[in-house]
Write a protein that binds this ligand. Structure first.
Ligand SMILES: Cc1ncc(COP(=O)(O)O)c(C=O)c1O
Length: 453
């Protein structure tokens, strides 16, 4: 049974979904055509959104345009990959120049040295390799931790997403009923097609719970290769690490002969020039980057300590891939690092971050909403929960319907936030401006007023 408040919210959502569909007949027509040739009518399952997928025609600067010609301030950012915004002149020039010189050789090109050198400077890890997606980067990191230590078990955080390979498709979004006790979470397969034998090799701890990791290490002496963790947890809104958590993890793992990987696929260049690694001063054994690194071109990177990367160099672990370090990706990444993600760009983003946080935070107070705005550099989200969220179990209490209603109001008001309500975060690009953020805040106020009426 819906409570009165919930039934009012359901009406608001129905009304907003009707507006959404009415604005986008072109997307509906494309979705119908696509259903005949694309599984589920989309190119990745996460493009299936309610009330219908949004088909885009193009992007320019801070904006994207849908198949019906509607303009949006793009804060979706292609799930956190568009820190450069769209068609950034430096990326366009670099890609155009490389396209004319060939896009694939499977032999190294000089740009790879420049990119690796800049990543080494920013992340404080001396050796790098490249891949094509976040999934490939975290898969290589897990393999490398296992290969170097000769151990099979890994630890991941409940609610953490690290891509779609078997070892990390565990307890990504488990139902509370099957997730086990909060302080002893179970290893729950997150997808069909993942063998139970592989799921059993991934142990699960809560984010911000050092004692949980210590217990797993004690219970499996000499068997844990390492832990993979997002140093600021995203894919669950944004959950910051508690003071001492990251350094504590590193020390704890090392004291058991195990390794630490930071998955900075999302946080990477978006929270600051050297990711959470540089901000926290905690350098892990391995770092994974992807998403924003290529300025919109598919690329990933794995950085590591000398010990681990010498293991790769000597053939102890074969880190391979036809398209690894391909010239197009390297040209784009070089432009991204040297011309786009500059100190000046980060200063601008910081002032836009403050503007968004103040505007939305102010509205939350004014309309007495149960929630808060949480930001990390260019990333931010509204968390509809009375309590600060510390881990996945706290995240489960965040209100889904309010998050979806907020997304719809933003969309209908010309701001494209990432779909999937409470899970995702906005991304401010280097091409956004004050007017873009003001549109975000104005839509939030319209939403807040509607649910408070
Ligand atoms: C933290 C994190 N790691 C890894 C991945 C996987 O990246 P990709 O989708 O490029 O394979 C994602 C994707 O959302 C992510 O958010």
């Amino acid at each position: 049974m819906l409570t009165q408040a919930n039934s009012k919210l359901a009406d608001i959502i129905a009304e907003q979904e009707a507006i959404f569909v009415k604005r986008q007949p072109g997307s509906a027509a494309l979705a119908e055509r696509a259903a005949g040739v694309l599984a589920g009518g989309v190119t990745s399952s996460w493009q299936i959104t309610q009330p219908q997928p949004v088909w885009l025609s193009h992007g320019a600067g801070s904006k994207v345009y849908d198949a019906d010609g509607n303009e949006y301030v793009d804060l979706h950012g292609g799930y956190g990959a568009a820190l450069a915004g769209h068609a950034h002149p430096a990326i366009v020039a670099a890609v155009r120049a490389q396209v004319e010189r060939g896009t694939h050789f499977a032999q190294p090109t000089e740009n790879a040295i420049a990119v690796a050198g800049e990543l080494a400077r920013r992340w404080g890890l001396p050796r790098w390799r490249f891949a094509n997606s976040g999934t490939e980067a975290t898969m290589d990191a897990v393999h490398l931790m296992r290969s170097y230590t000769g151990r099979d078990l890994i630890i991941k955080v409940e609610g953490g997403y690290h891509g779609h390979h078997d070892s990390v498709q565990v307890s990504v979004m488990p139902d509370e009923a099957e997730a086990g006790p909060r302080d002893r979470p179970a290893s729950v397969p997150s997808s069909s097609g993942i063998p139970a034998a592989i799921t059993a090799l991934t142990l699960v701890a809560q984010f911000n719970d050092l004692a949980g990791v210590a217990r797993l290490l004690d219970e499996h002496p000499g068997q844990v290769a390492g832990m993979i963790v997002e140093p600021v947890m995203m894919n669950a809104g944004i959950i910051p690490p508690a003071g001492g958590y990251l350094a504590g993890l590193r020390d704890l793992l090392h004291s058991h002969g195990a390794l630490l990987t930071f998955d900075e696929v999302k946080t990477g260049l978006t929270v600051g020039p050297g990711g959470v690694t540089r901000q926290s001063g905690v350098t892990p054994d391995l770092v994974c980057l992807a998403k924003s690194l290529g300025g919109g071109v598919a690329v990933a990177a794995i950085g590591g300590t000398l010990a681990l990367m010498d293991h790769v160099a000597s053939g102890g672990y074969e880190m391979v891939g036809t398209f690894n370090g391909n010239p197009l990706a390297m040209a784009a990444a070089r432009a991204m690092l040297t011309e786009v993600a500059t100190d000046e760009a980060y200063r601008r983003i910081e002032s836009l971050r403050q503007r968004a946080a103040a505007g939305i935070g102010g509205a939350i107070k004014e309309f007495s909403l149960n929630g808060s705005v949480v930001t990390a550099g260019a990333k931010g989200c509204v968390v509809f929960s009375p309590e600060a969220v510390r881990d996945y179990r706290g995240f489960l209490a965040v209100d889904d319907s309010l998050s979806h209603a907020h997304w719809l109001f933003q969309h209908n008001g010309g701001v494209f936030l990432p779909p999937w309500g409470k899970i995702e975060q906005w991304l401010i690009s280097v091409q956004h401006d004050e007017a873009d953020i003001d549109r975000l805040v104005a839509n939030f106020r319209t939403f807040a007023a509607a649910i408070r009426e």
